[in-house]
Design a binder for this molecule. Structure first.
Ligand code: ADE
Ligand code: ZN
Length: 335
């Protein structure tokens, strides 16, 4: 099965580029930028990655991102993630980045997006992986701050496909960002958002009804409300589910208690993703593998998950079809 998962063509639709920052690279970049970090070894860093909840993790995640200063840093971070994609037969990826984590520290929007975008372009050329970018607003900050970011993004619009909403969910409902989402969509960005990771079903309702999102990041707590589940199915929206993240942040007590199979059985369109692989103990293939083991998923289930990853990507229909054909022929020869 490990071999089947490794070769399975797939897309990754939910990952934060700052969450792919491996300790080894963090040390290297900190050193060349002469920034001290409060850890003296990779082992010490890894030992600090024990979380009780989302906020616990976010505190460490924002701290790690502080060593990113130059365009080359953002390039190295992104290219290093894309190399891992190539090893896992991730054919397409939709990368979230948090501009405010950097602009708040005086790093320009241009520095951030140029480094990320150049790495994506080189990975397309050298590794044959397609990517697109999702600019995420930090929900613990104000709507006004998100408006500033929207404005800063406009000169680089051609490189950005969608907007997202991430960071501390509880106490920061989607409705807080109604106006900036409307303005972003008016600029041509597609709306996406994290909802129902720690927040309840009412936050998912707000995200779909008030922010008009096209895909739900996480969405676990949608299961609290059967009417909401029906609505998500009727609107043909996918959930980008992140099993190892849910385990690490104690959204589920154990992978065996993960609702992914239940979601599939209810008729929800589910995809499997790594969220913040450097912090949660595994890349996307590890997520496929561990959830397969925990829930006894068949090859057909895994094929379904990979199919969803292309079908619910933001690619145009032609590109989707190319990847779906590749996936189908892989499945038919390896099932
Ligand atoms: N930022 C990075 N990872 C996140 C997650 N799992 N939830 C919310 N914000 C995040
Ligand atoms: Zn996330």
């Amino acid at each position: 099965m490990e071999e089947f998962i490794r070769g399975l063509p797939k897309a990754e639709l939910h990952l934060h580029i700052e969450g792919t920052f491996e300790p080894q690279l963090m040390f290297e970049i900190a050193k060349r930028n002469h920034i001290s970090i409060p850890f003296s070894s990779v082992k010490e860093i890894e030992a600090a990655y024990e979380f009780d909840c989302l906020q616990d993790f976010l505190d460490i995640y924002y701290q790690g991102a502080q060593v990113l200063i130059k365009e080359q840093d953002f390039y190295d971070l992104t290219y290093s993630y894309l190399k891992k994609c190539a090893e896992q037969n991730v054919r397409h990826t939709e990368i979230m980045f948090d501009p405010q984590t950097h602009t708040e520290r005086g790093i320009s929007f241009e520095t951030v997006i140029s480094g990320i975008n150049k790495a994506c372009r080189d990975a397309q050329r050298d590794l044959g992986i397609s990517s697109l970018l999702i600019m995420s607003y930090l929900r613990h900050l104000s709507e006004e701050a998100a408006f500033t970011t929207l404005k800063e993004s406009l000169p680089f619009k051609e490189h950005i496909t969608a907007i997202g909403l991430d960071s501390s969910e509880k106490g920061n409902p989607p409705s807080k960002f109604k106006k900036v989402f409307e303005a972003s969509v008016a600029e041509g960005y597609i709306a996406l958002a994290h909802a129902g990771e720690e927040g309840n079903a009412d936050y998912v309702w707000e995200a779909i009804d008030i922010l008009n999102i096209k895909r739900i990041d996480h969405g676990n707590n949608a299961l609290q409300d059967p009417e909401l589940v029906t609505e998500i199915i009727n609107r043909d929206m996918a959930l980008t589910v992140c099993p190892l993240s849910n385990k690490a942040l104690q959204v589920v007590s154990d992978l065996k208690a993960h609702p992914l199979k239940k979601m599939m059985d209810l008729g929800l369109k589910v995809t499997v993703n790594s969220d913040d692989p450097a912090y949660f103990g595994g890349q996307v293939n590890q997520n496929y593998h561990e959830i397969h083991k925990a829930l006894n998923l068949s090859k057909k289930d895994l094929y379904e998950l990979a199919k969803n990853s292309f079908n619910y990507s933001l690619l145009n229909e032609n590109k989707k079809k190319t990847y779906l054909d590749e996936l189908e022929s892989y499945y038919l020869t390896n099932k």
